[in-house]
Design a protein around this ligand. Structure first.
Ligand code: SGN
Ligand code: CA
Length: 505
């Protein structure tokens, strides 16, 4: 009898823990910069919904990525492993091995209903989810196609962030409410070519934005920065990126425009044609033209961010309306940061702050105090382990990330003292592959292909990373300590390729 009572109590507590398992909504955007988010002090625009997550939860001020580019970042989030371990090193030559373990598979195994809806960009079809519906490749801003679980390719009319959110809400409505869920919403916004929703075209049309102080960077002391191909001046295209088409034929060649409905295209091109006419009358050149391009870039980028933020608001409202907010963790994170004209750039890839760092906010009622700010060094590598930790599931030993819940709860005082980074792609935008380490105070980078050499930055004295002080007098000890720590991390994470390069130099 006693024994039965004990068993009954054990089962009861087992089920009550299970019943309390939190739901998870992980929202992953594309190329969204912390500089343009209100919660991060951005003055360019308002982002009330992302700010709401921060206000009701926590803002991470030192959230970073291990490899600043789309596919690799998502693979790192899924696996909790660096690119050299999960195999998806770059967008150009990798395809995700879906048979490997992911935090999603661990959740699915224990009864979570799991879904990925929206941008995915991992070449192979998702595995281990109870549902998925993803954009093929980069996806389209207008009337996007979706790859469906049954092998179908389905076009859905509308603007991409709206239709991704619609699909996410549909899945939430139709799920089995007796089981916890983990939903990943993958947004395409704010990716190149920054095509706003027709209703957002004029949001920032009249705004003028200040140029970043280092917009006219001459890249002295930084060889890799000097040979990149990602400037607003030279790389950003008038037609393709800024919608200033030379002719109807040129406009017709744009696949993204061709797929619009006649009414979408009319509203869209009426707007850009009038800007084009104005531009032609101005006959700009040199700095005036570059600065004009910067303004148009900002205006379009921010307009795509407005739709992103609005749809994040829809997710939060949905959770409220269905009384799910209290028991649902919401994380908003970008796949990496982005240059808003700093160093004269758009795009990402470099280990410099604007692309290395990413916005990340999280709401976790009952665990995270409203309005918290965290300044531990956390990485996208840690998201999977954190979510498993929250769900009460043991983090598999081979996941390299660490749960940041103890840091938030205050049960662990000390996080990492340095972060390891490794970028591989050697193609579009001509960014030299590199790896490196940041301690928050100092950053040491090793470029090893295309350009070879070391860079060292004192982030306190030079937060914009304009002066490479590698080899300078007075920094001998800093350099030696950083190299030692770098070698340790390369060892710890078992990055054999970097290890070889380190030995040679
Ligand atoms: C595309 C873009 C690049 C961008 C990469 C990676 N060119 O190739 O500008 O750096 O994606 O972006 S485009 O002409 O296709 O717009 S990522 O977000 O997928 O990593
Ligand atoms: Ca991206």
């Amino acid at each position: 009898m006693k024994y039965l009572l004990f068993l009954g109590l054990a089962l009861l507590s087992f089920f009550s823990i299970y019943a309390q398992r939190p739901n998870i909504v992980l929202i992953v955007s594309d190329d969204h910069s912390y500089q343009t988010i209100g919660a991060y002090g951005g003055k360019f625009m308002q982002t009330p919904n992302i700010d709401r997550i921060a206000k009701e939860g926590i803002r991470f001020d030192k959230a970073y990525v291990t490899n600043s580019i789309c596919g690799p970042s998502r693979a790192v989030i899924l696996t909790g492993k660096y690119s050299h371990k999960n195999g998806f090193k770059d967008n150009a030559n990798s395809s995700f091995d879906g048979s490997q373990n992911t935090f999603i598979k661990e959740l699915t195994k224990t009864g979570y209903q799991t879904a990925w809806i929206g941008k995915w960009h991992l070449q192979t079809n998702p595995q281990g989810f109870t549902y998925w519906q993803v954009l093929p490749g980069q996806g389209s801003y207008y009337n996007p196609d979706f790859l469906m679980m049954n092998g179908e390719r389905k076009r859905v009319d509308g603007y991409v962030s709206d239709v991704v959110e619609d699909a996410a809400e549909k899945w939430l409505s139709e799920r089995d409410p007796s089981q916890p869920f983990c939903l990943v919403i993958g947004h395409k916004n704010t990716h190149r070519t920054w095509m706003p929703d027709t209703k957002d075209l004029r949001l920032f049309n009249q705004s003028t934005f200040p140029l970043p102080a280092n917009f006219y960077d001459s890249y002295e002391t930084r060889a890799a920065a000097a040979v990149q191909d990602m400037t607003i001046d030279k790389t950003m295209r008038m037609g393709y990126d800024l919608k200033m088409f030379g002719s109807k034929e040129e406009e017709d060649k744009e696949f993204s425009i061709k797929r619009m409905t006649p009414s979408q295209r009319k509203a869209y091109m009426t707007f850009y044609d009038s800007i084009h006419a104005d531009l032609q009358s101005k006959k700009l050149s040199g700095k005036e033209l570059v600065e004009w391009k910067y303004q148009r870039y900002m205006q379009d980028y921010l307009a795509t961010a407005a739709s992103l933020d609005r749809n994040i608001g829809r997710t939060l409202d949905f959770l409220d309306k269905h009384e799910l907010s209290k028991n649902t963790i919401v994380i908003y994170v970008s796949d990496q940061g982005f240059y808003m004209g700093e160093h004269g750039w758009f795009d990402k890839r470099f280990m410099y702050e604007e692309s290395f760092r990413t916005p990340m906010v999280m709401r976790y009622p009952g665990v995270v105090k409203s309005g918290s700010v965290n300044s531990n060094m956390v990485m996208n590598l840690d998201i999977g382990p954190t979510l498993l930790d929250a769900a009460g599931i043991k983090v598999p030993n081979d996941m390299q990330g660490k749960s940041f819940l103890p840091l938030i709860k205050g049960s662990a005082k000390k996080g990492r003292d340095a972060m390891y980074y490794h970028y591989y792609e050697n193609g579009e935008h001509s960014v030299s592959p590199h790896f490196g380490i940041s301690t928050g105070r100092y950053k040491l980078i090793r470029f090893y292909t295309r350009v070879s050499g070391w860079e060292l930055f004192d982030l306190e004295k030079d937060p914009s990373e304009m002066r490479n002080i590698y080899g300078q007098k007075g920094y001998e000890k800093v350099k030696a300590d950083l190299k030692k720590k770098l070698a340790q991390l390369i060892d710890q994470y078992e990055d054999e390729e970097a290890k070889k390069i380190l030995v040679i130099h």
